[in-house]
Design a protein around this ligand. Sequence first.
Ligand SMILES: *Cc1c(COP(=O)(O)O)cnc(C)c1O
Length: 319
Amino acid sequence: MKKKDGIIKKILPYGNITVNPATMVLHYAQETFEGLKAYKAADGKVYLFRPDMNAKRFINSNKRMCMPEISEDLFVDCVKELVKVEKDWIPTGEGESLYIRPFMFADESSLGVHVAKSYKFIIILSPVGAYYPEGVNPIKIYVEDEYVRAILGGTGFVKCGGDYAASLKGQERAEDLGYTQVLWLDGVHRKYVEEVGSMNVMFLIDDKIVTAPLEGTVLPGVTRDSILTILKDFGFEVVEKHLSIDELIKAGKEGRLKETFGTGTAAVISPIGELYYKGEEVIINDFKTGALTQKLYDTLTDIQWGKSDDKYKWRLEVK
Ligand SMILES: *Cc1c(COP(=O)(O)O)cnc(C)c1O
């Protein structure tokens, strides 16, 4: 796709792509991506879940990375067209879906550092199994107090490969120590809780839900937005604030941290059963999935798989 001179759209068989070794993305990382799923409902209908939110986020990501903005309609149309062609690949077992990965990268060949003049926007698909084949299970999280993921003015709100490249060092350490993912603290003070690996994170403290605000360092998750909407509907008070790790650990020790979970497209909801911070372990809800966490998981997945009314108008049928 050329930045200014029009757009060429093609659906091709899956295969390798050949790039020039001087292709700019390989050197300067101008790349953004999205992640969403297509679901096959019991009645055979195929649904996307809030693809307009992914389209909007992709526009915001591309703006920050000086990349061309694909209109919301073009983004959603491309996803729909491809899913239509490949709909027989959508698995129909419990919890199964078709993962959709749209991405864009700078494909001009040049070693000079500048905004690239040409880009490719590609969408690939893959059937995915149930994230929790044995039911929703809590994970263990390592609170990273050395490396940071994002700073204000940086690219924390952008879904880009560069952020992930910089996060691998923390992720590797967490895995070496037996933890599934990292809980990132803010990049300036290493004090305030931001998000978990590839998920936003929420805490049920006393009877309120606490999560980090969207001020530029946290990825604005579609699942985050959906869960906050459902929580408010359930009557919960949602507090978007800078929660310090010390306050969180204290709440955990005093038994006021009732439930903790991550939210993201892949797992939908991931209960967190343990936090490890500076040599201390805090176990949450006896390392069991909390009742609210389970209820949120059931409510959202029922909407996604077409098992309940679409009261928020979040499903888009592909036909
Ligand atoms: C994609 C992503 C999320 C979750 O976003 P969803 O739209 O809910 O899938 C959270 N954090 C990061 C860093 C992400 O890349």
